[in-house]
Write a protein that binds this ligand. Structure first.
Ligand code: FES
Ligand code: FES
Length: 79
């Protein structure tokens, strides 16, 4: 299993829709951040499914170091 790549130093704000599912890129290699585009293929890392229960703006982690996947928990500003 390879370490995730830091895709961004800040989170991605996304307007999610209630009832929809989203696949968060956990490996950091997707060109369609913060979502999976299949680029994780040889990394041993798999995307994480996020089920939106509300229509609202959420912040998906871009640095891939969050402890609260797939959401940003502020870890991007630590070291
Ligand atoms: Fe990163 Fe799929 S491309 S998890
Ligand atoms: Fe990863 Fe904030 S962007 S913790």
């Amino acid at each position: 299993m390879t370490e995730p790549v830091r895709a961004s130093n800040t989170p991605y704000a996304v307007d999610v829709e209630a009832g929809k599912s989203y696949w968060w890129c956990a490996c950091g290699k997707s060109a369609k951040q913060p979502f999976c585009d299949g680029a994780h293929k040889d990394t041993g890392i798999t995307p994480l499914k996020y089920d939106a229960t509300e229509t609202k703006k959420v912040y998906f982690c871009g640095c891939k170091a969050t402890a609260k996947q797939p959401m940003c928990d502020g870890s991007h500003s630590k070291g």
